[in-house]
Design a protein around this ligand. Structure first.
Ligand SMILES: NC(=O)C1=CN([C@@H]2O[C@H](COP(=O)(O)OP(=O)(O)OC[C@H]3O[C@@H](n4cnc5c(N)ncnc54)[C@H](O)[C@@H]3O)[C@@H](O)[C@H]2O)C=CC1
Ligand SMILES: CC(=O)C(=O)O
Ligand SMILES: [Mg+2]
Length: 371
């Protein structure tokens, strides 16, 4: 198969769909890889590194999209990319379609087969292609919160870890999955007082075992969330209902009961955000104030550390990408976990949560692939 890797064009996105090490694996499996000039610049991988790995380097995104049987990216396609996709072409990337009507419409119109990293599953109920970026975003969330708490950044002026004799900041993390766990690890490591809230009792049990009393766990009732946000200096939004728009867990009215200049970091913003007042921001202008509460809502947080993120992402996507390159759509028929990633196929939505979020009809992947 011919595999195309365009340069990412989302604002401040420096990750790349395939690293040179991954290109070498595709080539070793007999595939051709076409990479857009400069695609790996953000991770310090020049065009020569790609050539050395066996790729052909072309000048424009147009060439990559026109020759690729499969396009491997990082971020959801942008409007200029929707129009380059075509029927019969596989798109393998993050999509986050539930809250994104224009992109959904663009992908339906293209006729392409769009496989979303974030809905591919594994045998243990996990999301193996979301996990590495959630690890990165969870860790970054605490760095972002620490920076946003500073007075110069409009925060209340508190140090996450405090100092001897002065208490540390209180961090409430809503959602104790991959993002929440990695955020808790960083916050606890810096000396903050940390509480994780989740709706899953089995998950709370696992967290209790991992943190051995260093982090409090709490069942996420409406009342518990309200009590925790009143006391918190930082609230991290880290919930996920796979494929669906994030539930809104903190309302605008509740901002009024929080400490002035406390910080909300809405990691779940790529699924629409879990605070009512969240709207996507960029690394260039990451925060804004609503009712005297600092909001950080960057939708591509791992893009800030593209070297770590691109390698971590490639380690997870490589086996699935190789299966798609070798078998085409048969890879989806044979592997139910990869098939769970199918969101749009030949103009039809094939993910129930996405369809329900947008009040559209769904065709199940098995049926869509059979016709
Ligand atoms: N902004 C960014 O750059 C990035 C955003 N993300 C996003 O972060 C979010 C979290 O991802 P993961 O940690 O990998 O998901 P996960 O599936 O590992 O964890 C989500 C947790 O939320 C809990 N949850 C669901 N509904 C809840 C509710 N109403 N109240 C309390 N807990 C609830 C679940 O029980 C689960 O433990 C996702 O939306 C993901 O797309 C991930 C990476 C980067
Ligand atoms: C998961 C995601 O949206 C990201 O890494 O940007
Ligand atoms: Mg994102």
């Amino acid at each position: 198969m011919r595999v195309g890797v365009p340069k990412e064009i989302k604002v401040e996105e420096y990750r790349v769909g395939l690293t040179p090490a991954s290109v070498r694996e595709y080539v070793a499996h007999g595939h051709q890889v076409v990479v857009q000039q400069g695609a790996g610049e953000g991770i310090g991988a020049g065009d020569d590194a790609y050539r050395l790995a066996g790729a052909a380097v072309v000048d424009t995104a147009e060439e990559v999209f026109s020759v690729g049987d499969m396009i491997v990216k990082v971020k959801e396609p942008q409007p200029s990319e929707w129009t380059r996709l075509r029927e019969g072409q596989i798109l393998f990337t993050y999509l986050h379609l539930a809250p994104d009507v224009p992109q959904t419409t663009g992908l339906i119109a293209s006729g392409c087969t769009a496989i979303a990293y974030e809905t591919v599953t594994d045998a243990h109920g996990g999301l193996p292609l979301l996990a590495p970026m959630s690890e990165v975003a969870g860790r970054l969330a605490i760095e972002a919160a620490g920076a946003a708490l500073r007075k110069s950044a409009d925060g209340m002026g508190k140090l996450l870890g405090g100092v001897p004799g002065v208490p540390p900041a209180r961090v409430a993390i809503i959602g104790g999955g991959v993002v929440g766990t990695h955020a808790a690890r960083m916050a606890a490591g810096l000396g903050s007082e940390v509480t994780i809230l989740d709706r899953s009792l089995p998950r709370l049990r696992v967290l209790d075992d991992i943190f051995l009393g260093r982090v409090r766990t709490r069942y996420a009732t409406l009342e518990a969330i309200e009590q925790e946000i009143v006391a918190a200096d930082v609230v991290i939004g880290a919930v996920l209902v796979p494929g669906a728009s994030a539930p809104k867990l903190v309302s605008r009215a509740q901002l009024g009961i929080m400490k002035r200049r406390a910080v909300l970091v809405d990691v779940a913003i790529d699924q629409g955000g879990c605070f009512e007042t969240s709207k996507p921001t960029t690394h260039q202008a990451p925060t804004y104030l609503v009712d005297d509460i600092v909001h950080y809502c960057v939708a591509n947080m791992p893009g800030a550390v593209p070297v770590t993120s691109s390698h971590a992402l490639n380690h997870a996507t490589l086996p699935f990408g190789l299966a798609l390159a070798s078998k085409g759509l048969r890879a989806l028929v044979e592997d139910p976990h990869l098939r769970a990633g199918l969101n749009v196929h030949r103009g039809r939505i094939t993910n129930r949560a996405v369809a329900e979020s947008q009040h559209l009809s769904v065709v199940m992947p098995e049926e869509a692939l059979a016709s």
